[in-house]
Design a protein around this ligand. Structure first.
Ligand SMILES: Cc1cc2nc3c(=O)[nH]c(=O)nc-3n(C[C@H](O)[C@H](O)[C@H](O)COP(=O)(O)OP(=O)(O)OC[C@H]3O[C@@H](n4cnc5c(N)ncnc54)[C@H](O)[C@@H]3O)c2cc1C
Length: 361
């Protein structure tokens, strides 16, 4: 992997100061080697990898959707054709979470889907969260299963992702990204503050729970996610469009298409309490992050795991069928998604196979 990405690791400074403050509050700051590829760097890397694959004779078909699996004849059906396979690696990502569940139901593959991360994305000025000048993506773990995740700074933007439920209803989840190229930086930082929720008795689907919360926000926000300034939240007031102009509220949200509102009307109390407490702890470790201008976007949803019961360590879920990546719960980020691809590929090449193809492409 290193050979292809050749990452240049980012320096980290003053970590002992933040760590000491965190430890006093029972908060953990993880120390990890980090590299920042950036949205622009990622696109270039994908271009390079695609060229490499094509030069090795790999056929790549974009804009073609798999719709069905015909297991008995070892074929997949797409919206354009039928294709025979010897081994199949399925990696439909987070958006393909529901699709993968349907396949697992058909194949009789057992899976768990009772864990989900729900939370906010925080956006503020870099000077209100200066730790990012010392450590690009600080990962804090707070009591109550709350953590910071996916910090972006320099030229950083908040975005929304569109999801469609199995019943065809639409909702959005917030995310963030940054460009590696720092010219015309916007001086803003964004990161997620997520609480892990594990549903137990009676066992329920984390995906359905998250979808319901996403749908509730659609109702509250008139078809858009919600945003609220910390200053308004503290006063128990909803945010209005006036909260996004002037004086204390002096920077504009990078995500257009969000409704100023009241997050506490849409977020379950237990999640909100844990997250607000974590924000106060964070503000003690990195004073400034709870400035009135700081924006909280809701909802950020991470479907945790859709984890099939694998039959081997190569993520084989049924004979000749491998399920990997964010959609199958083997990863939650680029590096682990990549690593799970390598592990599945090693499984495919190690297996002894029946070479015959039943169904013609
Ligand atoms: C805005 C944003 C910022 C992120 N920032 C970071 C970050 O800073 N660091 C990090 O580590 N991770 C980040 N991530 C997460 C990272 O992108 C994912 O963890 C990773 O891409 C997962 O890889 P994957 O192969 O499992 O799925 P994906 O990359 O989602 O790929 C799945 C592909 O399958 C396709 N697909 C789905 N269903 C079908 C079907 N039925 N037929 C055919 N194709 C299908 C999808 O269209 C998609 O192209 C970010 C994600 C987003 C959206």
């Amino acid at each position: 992997m290193k050979r292809h990405i050749s990452p240049s690791l980012l320096p980290s400074r003053n970590l002992s100061v933040y760590k000491k403050r965190a430890e006093r509050l029972d908060v953990e700051l993880l120390e990890i080697e980090q590299a920042h590829l950036g949205t622009d760097g990622g696109i270039m890397l994908i271009g390079r990898l695609m060229d490499h694959l094509r030069s090795r004779g790999v056929a790549v078909s974009l804009n073609e959707r798999m719709v069905e699996l015909e297991r008995d004849s070892r074929c997949i059906v797409t919206d354009a054709r039928r294709i025979g396979y010897r081994d199949l690696i399925l990696a439909p990502g987070r958006k393909g979470f529901g699709f993968l569940q349907e396949l697992m139901d058909e194949l009789g593959v057992e899976y768990v889907d009772n864990v989900v991360d729900i939370g906010l994305r925080i956006e503020t000025r870099v000077e209100k969260y200066p730790i990012v000048r010392d450590y690009y993506d600080p990962k804090f773990i707070f009591p109550g299963k709350v953590r910071t995740f996916c910090t972006n700074s320099g030229k950083a933007y908040v975005v929304r992702e569109r999801y469609v439920t199995r019943a065809g209803a639409e909702y959005f989840s917030i995310n963030g990204h940054a460009y590696a190229e720092k010219d015309n930086g916007n001086g803003l930082v964004n990161f997620a503050l997520l609480k892990t929720v594990r549903l137990t008795q009676p066992l329920a689907s984390g995906q359905e729970f998250a979808e319901m919360l996403g749908r509730l926000v659609m109702l509250m926000g008139g078809g858009r996610p919600l945003m609220q300034r910390v200053g308004d939240f503290r006063l128990g007031k909803r945010s209005k469009s006036q909260s996004f102009t002037g004086d204390l509220y002096d920077f504009e949200p990078t995500l257009e298409g969000c409704t100023p509102g009241d997050i506490s009307l849409a977020m379950p109390a237990k999640i909100l309490r844990s997250i607000w407490k974590s924000m106060k702890l964070l503000d003690t470790i990195v004073p400034g992050v709870m400035h009135p201008s700081t924006i909280m976007y809701y909802p950020e949803i991470k479907l945790y795991a859709n984890k099939p019961r694998f039959v081997d360590e190569h993520f084989q879920a049924a004979p000749g069928i491998y399920m990997i990546g964010d959609g199958a719960g083997t990863s939650r980020g680029i590096v682990a998604a990549w690593a799970s691809g390598i592990r599945a590929a090693e499984g495919v090449s190690a297996e002894h196979h029946d070479e015959s193809r039943v169904c013609a492409s």
